[in-house]
Design a protein around this ligand. Structure first.
Ligand code: C5P
Length: 221
Protein backbone atom coordinates (compact mmCIF):
# COMPACT_ATOMS: atom_id res chain seq x y z
CA UNK A 1 0.00 0.00 0.00
CA UNK A 2 1.25 3.52 -0.83
CA UNK A 3 2.28 5.43 2.29
CA UNK A 4 -0.02 8.33 3.18
CA UNK A 5 1.13 11.82 2.15
CA UNK A 6 0.48 13.38 5.53
CA UNK A 7 1.93 12.33 8.87
CA UNK A 8 -0.49 9.75 10.26
CA UNK A 9 -0.22 8.57 13.86
CA UNK A 10 -2.04 5.30 14.56
CA UNK A 11 -2.77 4.71 18.24
CA UNK A 12 -4.24 1.36 19.26
CA UNK A 13 -4.82 -0.44 22.52
CA UNK A 14 -7.42 -1.88 24.87
CA UNK A 15 -10.13 0.02 26.77
CA UNK A 16 -8.90 2.64 29.24
CA UNK A 17 -5.24 2.14 28.35
CA UNK A 18 -4.82 5.91 28.01
CA UNK A 19 -4.74 5.84 24.20
CA UNK A 20 -7.50 8.44 23.86
CA UNK A 21 -5.73 10.98 26.07
CA UNK A 22 -2.43 10.32 24.30
CA UNK A 23 -4.04 10.68 20.87
CA UNK A 24 -5.55 14.04 21.89
CA UNK A 25 -2.21 15.27 23.24
CA UNK A 26 -0.28 14.12 20.18
CA UNK A 27 -2.84 15.84 17.96
CA UNK A 28 -2.34 19.11 19.86
CA UNK A 29 1.44 18.72 19.77
CA UNK A 30 1.65 18.15 16.02
CA UNK A 31 -1.35 20.30 15.05
CA UNK A 32 -3.19 17.30 13.60
CA UNK A 33 -6.91 16.45 13.68
CA UNK A 34 -7.82 13.56 15.96
CA UNK A 35 -10.45 10.85 15.45
CA UNK A 36 -11.56 8.66 18.36
CA UNK A 37 -12.80 5.70 16.28
CA UNK A 38 -14.32 4.04 19.36
CA UNK A 39 -17.00 6.72 19.13
CA UNK A 40 -18.11 5.35 15.76
CA UNK A 41 -18.77 1.91 17.23
CA UNK A 42 -20.36 3.47 20.32
CA UNK A 43 -22.68 5.50 18.09
CA UNK A 44 -23.68 2.38 16.16
CA UNK A 45 -24.31 0.37 19.35
CA UNK A 46 -26.32 3.12 21.05
CA UNK A 47 -28.16 3.96 17.81
CA UNK A 48 -29.22 0.35 17.38
CA UNK A 49 -30.32 0.04 21.00
CA UNK A 50 -32.37 3.23 20.70
CA UNK A 51 -34.07 1.84 17.61
CA UNK A 52 -34.97 -1.29 19.60
CA UNK A 53 -32.71 -3.47 17.42
CA UNK A 54 -30.58 -6.50 18.21
CA UNK A 55 -26.85 -5.87 18.79
CA UNK A 56 -26.01 -9.39 17.67
CA UNK A 57 -27.75 -8.96 14.30
CA UNK A 58 -25.05 -8.01 11.78
CA UNK A 59 -27.53 -6.74 9.16
CA UNK A 60 -29.32 -4.39 11.55
CA UNK A 61 -26.02 -3.08 12.93
CA UNK A 62 -24.65 -2.56 9.42
CA UNK A 63 -27.69 -0.46 8.46
CA UNK A 64 -27.09 1.85 11.44
CA UNK A 65 -23.37 2.07 10.57
CA UNK A 66 -24.13 2.97 6.93
CA UNK A 67 -26.45 5.77 8.06
CA UNK A 68 -23.93 7.24 10.52
CA UNK A 69 -22.70 10.78 9.85
CA UNK A 70 -19.62 12.35 11.47
CA UNK A 71 -21.80 15.08 13.00
CA UNK A 72 -23.73 12.40 14.94
CA UNK A 73 -20.79 11.62 17.21
CA UNK A 74 -21.17 14.36 19.77
CA UNK A 75 -23.50 12.69 22.31
CA UNK A 76 -22.57 12.25 26.00
CA UNK A 77 -24.57 8.99 26.00
CA UNK A 78 -21.73 7.45 23.97
CA UNK A 79 -19.37 7.83 26.95
CA UNK A 80 -21.30 5.56 29.31
CA UNK A 81 -20.38 2.06 30.43
CA UNK A 82 -23.35 0.57 28.57
CA UNK A 83 -22.27 2.27 25.34
CA UNK A 84 -18.81 0.68 25.56
CA UNK A 85 -20.37 -2.75 25.89
CA UNK A 86 -22.83 -2.14 23.03
CA UNK A 87 -19.94 -0.86 20.88
CA UNK A 88 -17.89 -3.98 21.42
CA UNK A 89 -20.86 -6.19 20.50
CA UNK A 90 -21.54 -4.45 17.18
CA UNK A 91 -17.79 -4.22 16.47
CA UNK A 92 -17.53 -7.99 15.97
CA UNK A 93 -19.61 -7.77 12.77
CA UNK A 94 -17.47 -7.58 9.61
CA UNK A 95 -20.13 -5.62 7.65
CA UNK A 96 -20.24 -2.96 10.40
CA UNK A 97 -16.47 -2.56 10.21
CA UNK A 98 -16.63 -2.39 6.41
CA UNK A 99 -19.33 0.30 6.60
CA UNK A 100 -17.10 2.47 8.82
CA UNK A 101 -13.92 1.98 6.79
CA UNK A 102 -14.27 4.82 4.25
CA UNK A 103 -15.01 7.42 6.93
CA UNK A 104 -11.88 6.45 8.88
CA UNK A 105 -9.62 6.22 5.80
CA UNK A 106 -10.97 9.57 4.59
CA UNK A 107 -10.09 11.15 7.92
CA UNK A 108 -6.58 9.69 7.78
CA UNK A 109 -6.07 11.00 4.23
CA UNK A 110 -6.23 14.70 5.19
CA UNK A 111 -3.30 16.56 3.62
CA UNK A 112 -1.36 17.32 6.80
CA UNK A 113 -2.09 13.92 8.30
CA UNK A 114 -4.13 12.87 11.32
CA UNK A 115 -4.14 10.99 14.60
CA UNK A 116 -6.57 8.07 14.89
CA UNK A 117 -7.11 5.93 17.94
CA UNK A 118 -8.86 2.59 18.14
CA UNK A 119 -8.17 -1.14 17.92
CA UNK A 120 -7.20 -1.70 14.28
CA UNK A 121 -5.64 1.59 13.15
CA UNK A 122 -2.16 0.12 12.65
CA UNK A 123 -3.36 -3.21 11.27
CA UNK A 124 -6.35 -2.42 9.02
CA UNK A 125 -7.29 1.26 8.72
CA UNK A 126 -3.84 2.87 8.27
CA UNK A 127 -1.35 0.02 7.81
CA UNK A 128 1.08 2.44 6.12
CA UNK A 129 1.00 5.01 8.95
CA UNK A 130 4.54 6.26 9.65
CA UNK A 131 3.96 6.27 13.43
CA UNK A 132 2.22 3.42 15.25
CA UNK A 133 1.77 3.05 18.98
CA UNK A 134 0.14 0.22 20.88
CA UNK A 135 -0.77 1.51 24.32
CA UNK A 136 -1.44 -1.02 27.09
CA UNK A 137 -1.77 -1.20 30.88
CA UNK A 138 -2.74 -4.00 33.24
CA UNK A 139 -6.47 -4.76 33.47
CA UNK A 140 -6.47 -3.65 37.13
CA UNK A 141 -4.91 -0.27 36.36
CA UNK A 142 -7.26 0.27 33.43
CA UNK A 143 -10.28 -0.68 35.53
CA UNK A 144 -9.26 1.82 38.20
CA UNK A 145 -8.88 4.60 35.63
CA UNK A 146 -12.22 3.80 34.01
CA UNK A 147 -13.91 3.53 37.43
CA UNK A 148 -12.67 7.01 38.43
CA UNK A 149 -13.82 8.40 35.08
CA UNK A 150 -17.30 6.91 35.51
CA UNK A 151 -17.49 8.26 39.07
CA UNK A 152 -16.60 11.73 37.78
CA UNK A 153 -19.40 11.41 35.20
CA UNK A 154 -21.80 10.54 38.02
CA UNK A 155 -22.16 6.87 37.04
CA UNK A 156 -22.12 4.89 40.32
CA UNK A 157 -20.58 1.46 39.74
CA UNK A 158 -18.41 -0.99 41.74
CA UNK A 159 -14.72 -1.30 40.81
CA UNK A 160 -15.09 -5.11 40.50
CA UNK A 161 -17.83 -4.68 37.93
CA UNK A 162 -15.67 -2.30 35.88
CA UNK A 163 -12.80 -4.81 36.03
CA UNK A 164 -15.13 -7.58 34.83
CA UNK A 165 -16.30 -5.30 31.96
CA UNK A 166 -12.71 -4.62 30.95
CA UNK A 167 -11.77 -8.31 30.94
CA UNK A 168 -14.87 -9.28 28.96
CA UNK A 169 -14.30 -6.48 26.45
CA UNK A 170 -10.59 -7.39 26.03
CA UNK A 171 -11.51 -11.02 25.36
CA UNK A 172 -14.22 -10.09 22.83
CA UNK A 173 -12.09 -7.45 21.05
CA UNK A 174 -8.99 -9.65 20.82
CA UNK A 175 -10.88 -12.86 20.07
CA UNK A 176 -13.13 -11.75 17.21
CA UNK A 177 -12.47 -12.80 13.60
CA UNK A 178 -13.00 -9.34 12.08
CA UNK A 179 -10.01 -7.05 12.68
CA UNK A 180 -9.14 -8.38 16.14
CA UNK A 181 -7.42 -6.00 18.55
CA UNK A 182 -3.66 -6.61 18.29
CA UNK A 183 -0.48 -4.61 17.85
CA UNK A 184 0.71 -4.12 14.26
CA UNK A 185 4.06 -5.82 13.68
CA UNK A 186 5.76 -2.44 13.40
CA UNK A 187 3.95 -0.77 16.32
CA UNK A 188 5.91 0.42 19.34
CA UNK A 189 4.44 -0.95 22.58
CA UNK A 190 3.88 1.51 25.41
CA UNK A 191 2.84 0.04 28.76
CA UNK A 192 1.44 2.89 30.86
CA UNK A 193 0.65 0.80 33.99
CA UNK A 194 3.33 2.48 36.10
CA UNK A 195 3.21 5.88 34.40
CA UNK A 196 1.47 9.13 35.17
CA UNK A 197 -0.27 10.72 32.22
CA UNK A 198 2.63 13.18 31.93
CA UNK A 199 5.18 10.36 31.80
CA UNK A 200 3.09 8.47 29.25
CA UNK A 201 2.78 11.63 27.13
CA UNK A 202 6.56 12.10 27.22
CA UNK A 203 7.16 8.49 26.22
CA UNK A 204 4.61 8.72 23.39
CA UNK A 205 6.14 11.97 22.16
CA UNK A 206 9.61 10.39 22.02
CA UNK A 207 8.29 7.41 20.04
CA UNK A 208 6.50 9.70 17.60
CA UNK A 209 9.50 12.05 17.28
CA UNK A 210 11.68 9.10 16.22
CA UNK A 211 9.03 7.96 13.73
CA UNK A 212 8.69 11.49 12.36
CA UNK A 213 12.44 11.81 11.81
CA UNK A 214 12.45 8.49 9.88
CA UNK A 215 9.40 9.59 7.90
CA UNK A 216 10.96 12.95 6.98
CA UNK A 217 14.20 11.30 5.88
CA UNK A 218 12.35 8.82 3.69
CA UNK A 219 10.31 11.42 1.81
CA UNK A 220 11.28 12.33 -1.74
CA UNK A 221 12.86 15.76 -2.27
O1 C5P B 1 -12.13 2.79 22.45
P1 C5P B 1 -13.50 2.55 23.00
O2 C5P B 1 -13.50 1.93 24.35
O3 C5P B 1 -14.38 3.75 22.93
O4 C5P B 1 -14.17 1.49 22.00
C1 C5P B 1 -15.40 0.88 22.27
C2 C5P B 1 -15.44 -0.47 21.56
O5 C5P B 1 -15.51 -0.25 20.16
C3 C5P B 1 -14.22 -1.35 21.76
O6 C5P B 1 -14.33 -2.19 22.90
C4 C5P B 1 -14.17 -2.16 20.49
O7 C5P B 1 -14.99 -3.31 20.56
C5 C5P B 1 -14.78 -1.24 19.46
N1 C5P B 1 -13.77 -0.62 18.61
C6 C5P B 1 -13.27 -1.37 17.57
N2 C5P B 1 -12.40 -0.80 16.69
C7 C5P B 1 -12.00 0.46 16.84
C8 C5P B 1 -12.46 1.23 17.94
C9 C5P B 1 -13.34 0.65 18.83
O8 C5P B 1 -13.62 -2.52 17.40
N3 C5P B 1 -11.18 0.98 15.96
Amino acid sequence: MTPPNGFVIAVDGPAASGKGTLATRLGALYGLPVLDTGLLYRAVGVGLERAGGDLDDAGQAEAVARALRPEDLDDPAFRTRGAGEAASRVAVHGPVRAALLALQRGFAAQPAGAVLDGRDMGTVICPAAPAKLYVTASPEVRAERRWKQLQAQGEAVAYEDVLADIRRRDARDAGRDAAPMKPAEDAVLLDTSEMTIEQATDAARRIVEAARARWENSRPG
